[in-house]
Design a protein around this ligand. Structure first.
Ligand code: FE
Length: 458
């Protein structure tokens, strides 16, 4: 467990208060339920007394909640940015064998308990002499849960399998790929004469955490029934419409009455036989009492479970600094519209330490890896304080959302960075909820500090 000077006890207390409020228990009734001494509940909820396991166990026993609901997250990034040096990555290096032969060398890079990243530096130890997908030297995995963004360095062959079809894509430095969960894949080097490795940046996105736990309880048939395919087909929107009709116990006749659409047309749209036009979508959304966006399926550009971006045809553009001079050359790396809140970028740092690049700020969690052999100076601002560090070659970092950062070249060179930005659990739904709470709501949401009513009245 990490050190507890990070507000853990205070956040645990706030969760306990929040849960008791949800269950409409004041201090006295909470004490009775939890078997606590009279007058002590408050010392737990204000973080004075740490929640012990016995209290959490008792709460999960007598209240309809899970132990996890009372366990807050650790803050292991109290300065806004946390660095992992190359030597620390190397210290944790381990070689894993497949079929009795060394296959990969893995090294952890920067991770945080705040974000779902599991980013690994992985060296290919198996050399192959061809680009055949069925080369018997290639050891495939079984696929894994986490989404994987991969950045290639050196002569690496990428192998991927989807619906039984296997293929091999020869990659060069700067190429990248984004892949869907549970698709088997592998990597091998085309030569051992030069370095061949990848940055395998896996992350859970919205899949790990609460959704996985909920579905694990709901079971297989619910998980299959809840899965929504993503195709350009009108049947996908029809499935969304039918979900809302089920939710509201609606008939096509009632929906037609609400929207003014002809009965027969409504039935065709609900059945997915024909696509809805923009005006019809607006009417259907109105009739269902939802927003148009709730009826629109996402788009994907994946082919065979992956989206590949070769460096040779990647989009590149310059980002000017405060003095108008180019501060960064940005290259767009692999991604997919299915994950609109994931952005993978290669950043060439053009400004020296004397330059004034504009701070880069994003709502996303951010991962940084220093590519090449040139270090970079990173400056950032967090909680009113200014910080700076030099990230040497092979270093990586995690940056919290909304932290402004700048990168400059301390040696006047042109350092190159890999950035992978991802969303956490704060989805647009949650952001809209925060933006529509009553005054003071967001502050109480993250740290509930009071009973939901006043004992004294008003
Ligand atoms: Fe993988």
């Amino acid at each position: 467990m990490p050190p507890e000077g990070d507000g853990f006890a205070r956040r645990a207390g706030a969760l306990l208060r929040s849960a008791a409020n949800d269950l409409k228990r004041d201090d006295e009734h909470a004490e009775r339920d939890l078997g606590l001494e009279r007058g002590t509940f408050r010392s737990y909820t204000d973080g004075q007394r740490p929640l012990d396991w016995e209290l959490i166990r008792r709460a999960a026993e007598v209240w309809p909640l899970n132990e996890r609901d009372l366990l807050p997250a650790h803050d292991d990034c109290p300065r806004g940015l946390a660095v992992m040096r190359e030597k620390d990555s190397m210290a944790g290096a381990r070689v894993l064998s497949r079929a009795g032969r060394p296959y990969y060398e893995y090294r952890d890079t920067a991770m945080s308990r705040i974000a779902s990243y599991r980013p690994e530096w992985i060296r290919m130890l198996q050399v192959v002499g061809d680009d055949e997908a069925d080369n018997p030297l290639v050891q495939w995995n079984r696929g894994h849960l986490l989404y994987q963004f991969t950045y290639f360095v050196g002569p690496v062959n990428y192998y991927c399998r989807w619906e039984g079809r296997s293929r091999c894509v020869p990659m060069e430095t700067g190429d990248s790929v984004w892949g869907l969960p549970f698709a088997p894949h592998s990597f091998a080097a085309r030569t051992d004469a030069e370095p061949a490795y990848i940055l395998a940046l896996t992350y859970g996105g919205g899949l790990t955490g609460d959704a996985q736990r909920e579905l694990a309880v709901l079971g297989r048939s619910a998980a299959h029934a809840l899965a929504l395919p993503v195709t350009a087909d009108p049947s996908v929107t029809a499935r969304m419409i039918r979900s809302f009709m089920d939710a509201g116990a609606l008939t096509a006749t009632e929906l037609a009455g609400r929207t003014g659409l002809p009965q027969r047309r409504t039935e065709a749209l609900v059945g997915g036989a024909e696509p809805a036009g923009p005006d019809e979508l607006a009417l259907l959304a109105f009739g269902l009492g939802v927003s148009v966006r709730d009826l629109l399926p996402p788009r994907t550009g994946t082919d065979g479970g992956v989206a590949i971006q070769h460096a040779r045809d990647a989009r590149r553009w310059e980002l000017p600094g405060e003095d108008g001079r180019p501060a960064y050359l940005v290259t767009r790396l692999a991604g997919d519209p299915l994950h609109p809140h994931t952005s993978a970028l290669q950043l060439d740092v053009l400004g020296s330490d004397a330059a004034r690049p504009s701070p880069l700020t994003t709502y996303q969690h951010q991962y940084v890896y220093v590519l090449g052999r040139e270090g970079v100076r990173v400056r950032w601002e967090f909680a009113g304080e200014h910080f700076e560090e030099v990230l040497e070659a092979g270093a990586s970092a995690y940056i919290r959302p909304q932290v402004p950062v700048t990168f400059t070249a301390p040696d006047g060179g042109r350092p190159r960075l890999l950035l992978l930005r991802i969303a956490g659990a704060v989805t647009p739904e949650v952001r809209h909820a925060l933006g529509t709470m009553a005054a003071g709501g967001p502050d109480r949401y993250i740290a509930e500090d009071r009973l939901w009513y006043s004992k004294e009245g008003n």
